[in-house]
Structure formats: C-alpha cells, structure tokens
Ligand binder design. Sequence first.
Ligand code: DOR
Ligand code: ZN
Length: 345
Amino acid sequence: MTLTLTLARPDDWHLHLRDGAMLAAVLPETTRHFARAIVMPNLVPPVITSADAAAYRSRILAALPEGAEFTPLMTLYLTEETDPDDLAAAHAAGLITAVKLYPAGATTNSASGVQNFDKVRPVLERMAEIGCPLCVHGEVTDRAIDIFDREAVFIDRILDPIRRQVPELKVIMEHITTRDGVEYVKANPARLAATITVQHLMLERNDMLVGGMRPHYYCLPILKRREHRDALRAAATSGDARFFLGTDSAPHPTHAKEAECCAAGCFTAPIALSCLAHVFEEENALNKLEGFTSLHGPAFYGLPVNSETLTLTKGAALSYPKSLAAGAHSVTLFDPGTPLHWHVS
Ligand code: DOR
Ligand code: ZN
C-alpha cells in the first residue's frame, strides 16, 4: 500500500479569495498547498476592467503570508460592456490569465453577468484571436428549468452555440457536475477542458438533503445524484488531461451559510488535497492524482508545471478545525463527513 505520494506542487484552477478580512483569513489556506490559482472576479463590485484586476492583484499580494510563494492568476468578469481593447491589453501585459463568464443571476454576485450572449460575441472573437481562455459558469438561469437540469440545458442552449460561432476560443467548463458535462468534454477534444471540485467528487445530493438540510454542502452548480458524481470520479481519475482540479473553494461567513436563504459555496481549500487523495485512493487511482492536481491544468493553460513538490502521507485520521476566524466573522470548513487520512507535508 502506498503511504507516501510526492506530486509536482498543485495549482487551483478555480478559486474564490474574496477581499478584505476574508481574503486575509483564507489566502494562507490556499498558499500553504497551491502554487497558483485562477482567482474568480465575482467581488462586489466585480473585477471588470484591467484597472480593477491590477488593484485586486495588489491587494492579494499584500495579503500574502510571509515567505509564501504564490502567483494569483487574475480573471476579468465578462459583462455586455466589456471593452475588448482593455481586455486584450491586460492579457498582453500578463495581468490576466482568463475571462469569466457568468450568466446573469446564475450564482453569488453574478447580477452583472451576461444576459444576451450575442452582445459579447465580438469580445469572444477577440479573445480567440489573442488566445485568452474563457472560464464558464455553465448553468442557465431560466426559472422554468429545474435547478438539477441547468448544466445540461446550458450546454445545449448556450455553450455549444458559442463554441460553434467562435471555434478558436479556448473554453474551460468550470466545476462540471454532471455526466452530460463529462460527455460534452470528451466529445469535443479541441480547445475544451473542464475543472472539477472536491465536493462534487466526494458528495451526491443525498448527502446534502437526506436526514436534514446541510447548508455547508450547498453550492452552485448544486450537487447532483450519485450517477453524476460517479461520472465525475471516472473522468477525474481517468488520466484524461482535459479534466483538472478547480476547487471552487468559496468561503462565506458561517451566519450567511446557516441562514434562512443560505449562500452557495463550500470552503474546501484547507483540506482539498486530503479529500482528493481519499477519493483517488478509493478509486484505485493514486497514480492519476498528480495529473489532476498538477499537470493537466498547466498543459491546458500553456503554463509550466511547478518545479517544487508537495508530499502526501497516509496516517492517522486528520484533525482540522471546524472553522476559521475572518475578521468579526467565522468561516466553516468543508467537512466531507468521513475521516481523512492523507496529510500534506
Ligand atoms: O457555490 C458557489 N459559490 N458557486 C459559485 O458559482 C459562486 C461561489 C461563490 O462565489 O460563493
Ligand atoms: Zn466559483
């Protein structure tokens, strides 16, 4: 039995760092294990212009723990008013790595997202030209569509048409949650990849809903039924380079999670790697873990693999705090409900 695993240092290809006291509290939880992260732009107000991205990047760098070696890979939040020249200049300067598409109203702080996808076509064409990838929150917002079907319907109604209209655009389907997502990626090998979160690999919707509602398992896209979780597990552990880790670690104050209308997001960063080693071991695929956490993402983004390494060791059940202080609030850590035995050293 393998007791020690050494991996090229992982990256997180989808992360929410927030701002202010929350940023200061959660950033060390990522920099401890990850070398780089694609930083989501859904602040209030969102990161829309290159100036917004530069200012946010400075705030992240200023909040880095002493001695941390971490590169935030910045994104712009796509709106119907996004200026293609500003975007292209930010990309050329290395200030941004990707652009994020939120359908308006799909999730936390997405009110400024896109309603009319035809309006952003010129920006998408420019992105294709300059090689700037599009990260996509893939859910329709049509109230007539059941929340459990929103990803599959998005693929048919929005994503596939965009990819046909702008075939050179590199697209990352973020946090896929369904077999439909997996199959769409597999069927479209060119310029398409997908990230998968920790919670969607570990949990199914029963874990969230049976025997009482567990708000700390509520995220968007919502957890799906077991067959979808199993399709995600198969994709993540297959070694297929189009699937890689994006934790979507999304901290909210505990009072906002344990509320009448609970905020969406799971704060997984502190134990993400222990959870992944647990899943990959269950799937007899520990030899595929490094690809998922450390190799496939850089390959898709055209970045070098990190030269440093990280070691995971199997041992006694991991103990970790229930919550973290963030200014005047606390943030509850994701607890998968099962003991974890993989320690990061
Ligand atoms: O669960 C989620 N939380 N999904 C998202 O798409 C956004 C995120 C957040 O910002 O809290
Ligand atoms: Zn997210």
